[in-house]
Design a protein around this ligand. Structure first.
Ligand SMILES: [Zn+2]
Length: 318
C-alpha cells in the first residue's frame, strides 16, 4: 500500500525485458528491449538499427521531441532520428508509474502487439518496478487550460491526483457516446485500461493503406468495425473498449511531457493531435503550472500497485 515515500520516489524496472511484433503502420517486424535506467534519466529510445556516426541514435521522451501525426504519436531528435507509435508503450510505463527506462528498438516503429498496452504491462510486471533513491518531480496544474479544435475539446484542471477522463461520440451504433475516468499509477490502469485495443472502421481501411498507414493492421491488433458491427471473432474485451482505448492513448500522449502531471486531463472527441496540442498549450502557459517535488506531496491516501522492494544493484543502460 502506498506511503509518502512510494508516491514521491523515482522508479525504474527491476530487470531487462524484450517484446517482438510488427509495426502497425510500417508493417515491419519490430522489437523493443526495456532496460533499467538511472535517476533523472527519464524515458528514452535508442535506435539500435542505426549506426551512431555523426548523428545521435537516442530519442528522449520530452515535449520538444514530439512530432504530431494524425494516427499515432511520433518522437524525433534534432538529427532527424524518429520513433513512431510510442503511445501504448508510454501509456504502460506511465500507467504503471515507471520513471526511468531506456528502450532499445530495432527500427522506426514500436511493435503494436495486440493493439493495447496489455503485453507491455505484463512485461513490466515480469521484471517488477523498483524504487530509486531520488524524489520524483511533477508538473502541478495551477489553473484550468482549455483548448478547442473544431468539435474536439481538451482541458487540464487542478487536481491533487493524476486523473484522465475521456468522452467520445461516434455515430456508429456499436460506439455511440461513452465516457471513462481513471487515476494514473493505480491498479485500475492495469485492470481496466491497459487491455483496451485500438479500433478502426472497415470503410476507412483502404483509404488508410493507400496513404501508407496501417500496413501492419489486422484483426490480431485492431478492433475492426463494419456496417453490421465488430468483425473480430471474439468481439470486445469491454463493452466500452473504445473509450477505454482513448483514455489509454491520452495516458501515453501525456507521458510525452517527460514527467507526471498532477491534475485532471479531460478530453471530448479527442485524439493524438488534440492531446499534443493541449499538452503544448499547458506547458507554454508558464503561469498555469509549477514544478513540485514528490517529497512535498500529501500522499498517505494513495493505494499503489508498486511492490516496495529494496533498490537492487542494477546495471543501468544508456
Ligand atoms: Zn492507441
Amino acid at each position: 500500500m502506498g506511503t509518502h515515500k512510494d508516491w514521491g520516489t523515482q522508479t525504474t524496472l527491476g530487470g531487462v525485458v524484450t517484446l517482438s511484433g510488427t509495426g502497425v503502420h510500417t508493417g515491419r517486424p519490430a522489437r523493443v528491449t526495456l532496460k533499467p535506467a538511472g535517476i533523472d534519466s527519464g524515458i528514452s529510445f535508442r535506435r539500435i538499427d542505426l549506426s551512431n556516426g555523426t548523428r545521435s541514435t537516442v530519442v528522449k521522451v520530452e515535449p520538444r521531441s514530439v512530432k504530431t501525426m494524425p494516427l499515432c504519436s511520433m518522437i524525433g531528435n534534432d538529427d532527424g532520428v524518429t520513433v513512431m507509435t510510442v503511445e501504448h508503450i508510454l501509456a504502460a510505463l506511465a500507467g504503471m508509474g515507471v520513471d526511468n527506462v531506456v528502450i532499445h528498438i530495432n527500427g522506426p516503429e514500436v511493435p503494436v502487439l495486440d493493439g493495447s498496452a496489455r503485453e507491455f504491462v505484463d512485461a513490466i510486471d515480469e521484471v517488477g518496478v523498483v524504487y530509486q533513491a531520488a524524489a520524483r518531480s511533477f508538473y502541478r496544474v495551477l489553473h484550468p487550460v482549455r483548448l478547442q479544435i473544431g468539435e474536439s475539446v481538451a482541458e487540464f484542471q487542478p487536481h491533487h491526483r493524476q486523473v484522465i477522463s475521456t468522452d467520445i461520440e461516434f455515430t456508429h451504433r456499436n460506439i455511440g457516446s461513452q465516457s471513462i475516468s481513471f487515476e494514473v499509477g493505480c491498479d485500475v490502469f492495469r485492470d481496466q485500461i491497459a487491455g483496451a485495443r485500438t479500433f478502426g472502421f472497415l470503410a476507412q481501411a483502404e483509404q488508410l493503406r493507400a496513404a501508407g498507414y496501417g500496413l501492419g493492421a489486422s484483426l490480431e491488433n485492431t478492433i475492426v468495425l463494419g456496417d453490421d458491427g465488430v468483425i473480430n471473432d471474439n468481439g470486445l474485451r469491454f463493452d466500452d473498449e473504445f473509450v477505454r482505448h482513448k483514455a489509454l492513448d491520452a495516458c501515453g500522449d501525456l507521458a510525452l511531457a517527460g514527467a507526471p502531471i498532477l491534475g485532471r486531463f479531460w478530453s471530448h472527441r479527442g485524439g493524438h493531435q488534440l492531446n499534443h496540442a493541449a499538452l503544448n498549450c499547458l506547458l507554454n502557459q508558464q503561469d498555469a503550472w509549477e514544478w513540485v517535488d514528490g517529497r512535498d506531496l500529501e500522499t498517505d491516501t494513495f493505494s499503489f500497485n508498486k511492490v516496495p522492494v529494496a533498490v537492487p544493484e542494477l546495471a543501468y543502460a544508456t
